[in-house]
Design a protein around this ligand. Structure first.
Ligand SMILES: [Zn+2]
Length: 169
């Protein structure tokens, strides 16, 4: 997913961990990389700058079965990966690494761990063995396809509701 939004927060917001890069010269499409080596299980940010989103958008993050937030920080530039190196833990309100991250490595999280039904679908090109391809929200993915991943509790509840309704629970 590409981000083409002029930031309205002071940058850099997380200089100890995040360095923003641009895909190509003159492009507005940016992505977050590690500004330093980040050990596994390090908290790299929180949602303290976030504000409620009136409706879901390409930039919003889902934090409950019904609510979405705008991050208002460089965490916005964390791209999706099906095999991510950080998690957005909306229950704890923190973003943390789930493995060692090299300096310069793109910082990624699994959008399906927060988003049930996304405003904009996109084709994932993360290249992982478990890449799901078209990413449009956890709603469109079988529960077992995400079983080995970190998934927030609101997504688990929505999976349970869907699976119960389908008689598969
Ligand atoms: Zn992928």
């Amino acid at each position: 997913m590409t981000i083409e939004q002029v930031p309205h927060w002071v940058q850099p917001s997380h200089p100890e961990f995040i360095n923003i890069k641009t895909y190509k010269e003159g492009s507005f499409s940016k992505y977050a990389t590690a500004s330093n080596p980040i050990p596994s299980n390090t908290i790299i940010g929180d949602f303290s700058a976030a504000t409620p989103a009136s409706e879901k958008a390409y930039s919003s993050v889902q934090v409950s079965e019904t609510d979405h937030i705008e991050l208002n920080s460089d965490l916005l530039y964390a791209n999706h990966s099906c095999n991510p190196n950080v998690v957005f833990d909306t229950d704890k309100g923190e973003v943390r690494s789930v493995r060692n991250i090299q300096e310069g490595e793109p910082i990624t999280f699994n959008y399906l761990s927060t988003e049930w039904d996304m405003a904009q679908a996109f084709k994932c090109e993360c290249g992982s063995d478990n890449c799901l391809g078209e990413i449009q929200g956890a709603r469109y993915v079988p529960t077992k396809a995400l079983a080995s991943q970190f998934i927030n509790s609101h997504i688990r509840r929505l999976q349970d509701k869907r699976d119960s309704a389908a008689g598969k629970a």
